[in-house]
Design a binder for this molecule. Structure first.
Ligand SMILES: Nc1ncnc2c1ncn2[C@@H]1O[C@H](COP(=O)(O)OP(=O)(O)OP(=O)(O)O)[C@@H](O)[C@H]1O
Ligand SMILES: [Mg+2]
Length: 583
């Protein structure tokens, strides 16, 4: 339980002054809190013995109000400081995680599911917040405050009475802990059922078109009903325990009061204590209930905090498998890219996805990469994007140096990438495009729209460039999304442009227009194009055909046509089909 504090010690050390002040203030408030019940007892005794004068009454009232005022101010201070620090911890951990996520590469993301990462960066961090704020508060209250009250009860009033009245309290603590644990278990159960329901509902809503198309509405509704019933039943189980909890506690607290008053009255009769002291005693008993709860809660909060800390720690301990070299090389321009006998296998994959690939791309060249689906086109690009640790055999060179000799930032700055599965953010078209170059002017954007054959499409949108796209906005067609994604890469005017099957969803005519623009505007710059439709690479300086990660043919369009292999037959086939398609 304490280990969670040890694991968080870096933070407590960093914030030691604030924590020391807050905890000191909390302790002072606790000590001050013990005084009013004593004053109440004294006033009652004064009334009892007819000794209450104007003077001492004023004294009590002033003292009372002063204590309240000081407690009030100090409470505001500790509450604000303690919980403020806790929120800050959550923020710091979240930034740490986010930085970490940004540095992590594909293997990390295939190890952890998105939902899991989301849960760890929200729920778990909230649990840490609880530990650093509420945890510390309960720790102080459950130990110092409780000891203080019991001490005052035993010393100032009567130790025998204290002992007797406290008998039900350990039973209460044990009951609360047991109940608490059980409730927690059932609650977690209900929560996880709810999580499942949530996930499925989300999927159903997202996939509603598919569900309708396959006429699966009834089955889906039935499944939902079943799950909703399950969630209901589990929550009822929680409610049942909850219903038992309060009355049990009340009975035990009542028992404690009964002993306090019954046995206390006996002491009053014997003149061992005064009536005032009996009242003070019972107020103290009431004040003990919260710290008792706190003990139970403390254990819960600490356990949850510890588990959450371990879960986030597990993420943070993952090393990035692609990292910057110690002494990176700086070059002005990319003169050539060379794949030297590169063989690459994905982590955990049985076979390699690139085999002995050798390729030289000089500055200004356009290279086409074609081949059946799964041939390794995207994998080849990933070597340049450095999404995975370097290949097992062979090296990718940029100019004279292996690509690993450069910083990730530099290599990625050279590249404009249009991924195969185009991802647009839920922002305006303009913002999506500006992602490639923050400070581009409208003029530049329009130029790029022209280049990506997107101008007409954007003009037809309700608010033009300022139309919101993505999940919460206008739904763009597949081809439009591809071209926005293309515009985003083009506006960067990168040294190396990578188009991964980026024109697959546009018609043949538009494709031809875009290719024509690319040829004109990207003179002197390197362009790599992967495509299924061979017309997209026909103009390339070199075309390579991949099969099972191996280069099986290479050359320019005319050469490949003369060779009459896969490329030739594929091209012929597509030409015949294309005649009908590309109207
Ligand atoms: N993350 C991955 N982990 C393991 N294997 C992968 C991974 N990504 C791709 N592969 C495998 O590597 C091979 C090449 O895939 P790649 O995506 O490079 O093909 P592609 O030529 O781009 O295909 P497509 O034309 O369908 O885009 C395939 O056999 C695929 O199953
Ligand atoms: Mg691909």
């Amino acid at each position: 339980m304490i280990s969670v504090f040890r694991k968080l010690s870096w933070y407590f050390k960093e914030q030691w002054l604030k924590y020391t002040l807050a905890i000191s203030a909390l302790i002072v408030v606790n000590i001050l809190g013990v005084i009013p019940p004593i004053l109440v007892g004294q006033v009652i005794d004064l009334i009892q013995y007819n000794r209450l004068t104007q003077e001492n009454f004023t004294y009590y009232v002033v003292l009372f109000i002063s204590i309240l005022t000081v407690s009030y101010l100090l409470s505001i201070y500790w509450d604000y400081t303690l919980f403020g620090r806790a929120i800050l911890l959550e923020k710091k951990m979240r930034s740490k995680l986010m930085d970490h996520f940004m540095r992590m590469t594909s293997p990390f993301y295939s190890r952890f599911r998105t939902g899991d990462l989301m849960a760890r960066s929200t729920n778990d961090l909230r649990a840490l917040n609880m530990t650093a704020g509420f945890g510390i508060l309960t720790l102080v209250d459950a130990t110092i405050f409780m000891a203080l009250i019991i001490g005052v009860m035993a010393i100032v009033i009567n130790w025998k009475l204290t002992l007797a009245a406290l008998i039900p309290l350990p039973i209460m603590a044990i009951t609360m802990q047991r109940y608490g644990k059980k409730i927690h278990e059932r609650f977690m159960d209900a929560q996880s059922a709810f999580s499942d329901l949530n996930n499925n509902t989300l999927e159903s809503i997202q996939g509603v078109r598919v569900i309708r198309a396959f006429v699966q509405e009834n089955r889906d509704t039935d499944r939902f009903k079943e799950q909703a019933e399950d969630v209901f039943q589990r929550n009822i189980l929680v409610a049942k325990l909850d219903a038992l909890f309060e009355p049990t506690i009340k009975v035990l607290v009542g028992l404690s009061y009964t002993i306090g008053i019954g046995y206390g009255a006996f002491f009053v009769m014997q003149s061992v204590i005064t009536i005032g002291e009996l009242v003070t005693f019972n107020i103290f008993l009431g004040m003990l209930i919260w710290p008792m709860f706190a003990v139970g809660e403390l254990i819960n909060v600490m356990q949850r905090g510890n588990a959450s800390l371990d879960r986030t720690g597990e993420l943070l301990s993952q090393q990035a498998d692609v990292y910057d070299p110690k002494n990176p090389i700086q070059v002005e321009r990319v003169e050539k890219i060379i794949f030297d006998d590169v063989t690459f296998r994905y982590p955990n994959a049985p076979d390699s996805s690139l085999n002995d690939v050798s390729l030289r791309i000089d500055k200004g060249e356009t290279v086409g990469i074609v081949g059946k689906t799964g041939a390794g086109k995207t994998t080849l690009f990933r070597q340049l994007l450095r999404e995975y640790p370097p290949s097992d055999e062979g090296t990718v060179f940029i100019n004279e140096h292996p690509i690993q000799a450069y910083t990730l930032k530099q290599t990625r700055e050279w590249i404009g990438y249009v991924p195969q599965d185009h991802i647009l953010f839920s922002k305006t078209v303009r913002e999506n495009i500006l992602f490639g170059k923050e400070n581009a002017t409208d003029e530049e954007i329009y130029q790029i729209l022209e280049m990506a054959s997107l101008k007409k499409d954007i003009e037809e949108l309700p608010e033009g460039l300022d139309t919101l796209v993505g999940e919460s906005g206008v739904t763009l067609s597949g081809g439009q999304k591809q071209r926005v994604s293309l515009a985003r890469a083009l506006i960067k005017n990168p040294e190396i442009l990578i188009l991964d099957d980026s024109l697959s969803a546009v018609d043949g005519q538009t494709e031809a227009k875009i290719i024509q623009h690319l040829k004109e505007e990207r003179k002197g710059k390197t362009t790599l194009i992967a495509a299924h439709r061979l017309s997209a690479v026909k103009h390339a300086n070199e075309i390579i055909v991949l099969k099972d990660g191996r280069i099986t043919e290479r050359g320019c369009h005319n050469e490949l046509m003369r060779n009459k292999n896969w490329y030739y037959s594929q091209y012929k086939k597509q030409q015949m089909e294309g005649g009908n398609q590309d109207e």
